[in-house]
Write a protein that binds this ligand. Structure first.
Ligand SMILES: *Cc1c(COP(=O)(O)O)cnc(C)c1O
Length: 396
């Protein structure tokens, strides 16, 4: 058997394996270069084509592109008139953007604890937290798995509260055979680590025509768009401000990258699934590291992330130490996510929440995202698992 020192050197002689890397082809590059040469690089016809292609892909009646999923969420907060006194139900186990937007608008985030195995909120927990002040319910499709949309929609309809799905991880995810984004209102992210990218970008999908119209107005200064503008994919120079808005339009330079990526979304997700299956197989014998549980409902996973829970007692080290040791072996990892209510600003703002979200807090100390991206080779998965075994066999 090789000594720990020798295996350490053998592993780290390989190039660093990041936990994520965008998959960019020559076709992607050519598409962007064509836009750069075209004389029109900001929002224009390509953005409209991306919206139409994404809308068609998920089957949604309306889609509108913006510069990030965070921008999309901001516009939805604005469209719903969220302000002081309003409560927003969302998990603490999510990216910080939704909770920041709630606080910035003067509203109060109300954190729903998550299922310990899937990291997703449950319909029962959301129902329990609804009050007369609840204005939005914003659950997160986690890591590419689908939320229990049947249960969550039932609660939202019964309570009369809009449901916004954070589908940043869910491009290509399906629930009961239906693509996430087809029904209701959801936001997608095209940040470089997501399943498809526009560099930076985001998309609203909705079946609410009025909401879509309001969103489109808010994303560009609040200028009115009439029927003629919609048909010509432009905006007349005479357009007037109908209400103050923002500047979140997605440039064609970015949109065309998304269009090119969208043609490969299924292939890229299939590749992610192959890699994920290999992780599941190889990790089945590693007791200290447990992949997230898969929900019981009928869904199609888009494998945005491969998250494991590190058994810190058996491993004899903290999750952060586990990550550092993998890094020393040339393996990058991530955390999706650190509980928001435990981060400095929120600890100070809402100290009473500490200790009230046991499954969130338990996972916040244990989860770690292993490398997963379409350009990885199955051999890279073997390398990650070998490094994990090496780290675990060399506990201090
Ligand atoms: C990435 C992400 C976002 C934000 O997406 P941006 O496009 O970077 O604004 C929101 N929610 C979740 C769950 C995310 O992972």
């Amino acid at each position: 058997m090789v000594s720990p020192q020798a295996s350490h050197q053998a592993v780290s002689a390989l190039p660093f394996l990041p936990f994520s890397r965008p998959s960019i082809t020559q076709a992607d590059i050519d598409a962007v270069v064509d836009v750069l040469r075209s004389g029109w690089i900001t929002t224009g016809p390509k953005c409209a084509v991306l919206e139409d292609a994404f809308r068609t892909r998920v089957g949604a009646p309306h889609a509108a592109a913006v510069t990030s999923a965070t921008a999309a969420m901001h516009l939805l907060f604005r469209a719903y008139g969220i302000g002081p006194g309003d409560e927003i139900i969302t998990p603490s186990m999510t990216w910080v953007s939704t909770v920041n937007l709630a606080v910035l608008s003067g509203a109060t985030p109300v954190f729903a604890d998550i299922d310990r195995d899937t990291l997703m909120v449950t319909a029962a927990e959301v129902d329990r937290l609804c009050t007369p002040r609840t204005r939005l319910i914003i659950p997160v499709h986690m890591a590419g798995a689908s939320l229990d949309l049947r249960g969550l929609r039932e609660v939202a309809v019964r309570r009369g509260i809009p449901l916004i799905e954070d589908a940043a991880h869910a491009a290509g995810t399906e629930f009961e055979g239906v693509p996430v984004g087809r029904d209701g209102t959801s936001i997608f992210s095209f940040h470089p680590i997501k399943n498809m990218t526009t560099g930076e970008g985001g998309m609203l999908c909705t079946d609410d025509a009025q909401l879509a119209e309001h969103f489109r107005r808010l994303r560009f200064h609040g200028l009115g768009v009439n029927a003629f503008d919609r048909e010509t994919l432009g905006r007349s120079p005479q357009a007037e401000v109908l209400e103050p808005g923002y500047k979140y339009n997605l440039p064609d330079m970015n949109a065309v990258l998304g269009l090119s990526q969208l043609t490969r979304l299924d292939a890229m997700n299939e590749r992610r699934a192959v890699l994920a299956r290999r992780y599941l197989e190889l990790l089945s014998t590693v007791d200290e590291v447990t992949p997230l549980g898969l929900p019981g409902w009928n869904m199609r996973h888009s494998w945005h992330l491969f998250i494991v829970q590190v058994d810190i007692d058996r491993a004899g080290m903290s999750r952060d130490e586990f990550m550092q040791r993998l890094k020393d072996l040339g393996i990058g990892t991530g955390i999706h996510f650190r509980a928001i209510h435990e981060q400095q600003y929120y600890r100070e703002l809402m100290p009473q929440t500490i200790g009230t979200l046991p499954n969130t807090e338990w996972n916040s100390r244990r989860i770690c995202s292993l490398p997963l991206f379409p350009d990885m080779e199955p051999g890279d998965v073997d390398r990650v698992v070998a490094a994990i075994k090496s780290v675990l066999s060399n506990k201090s």
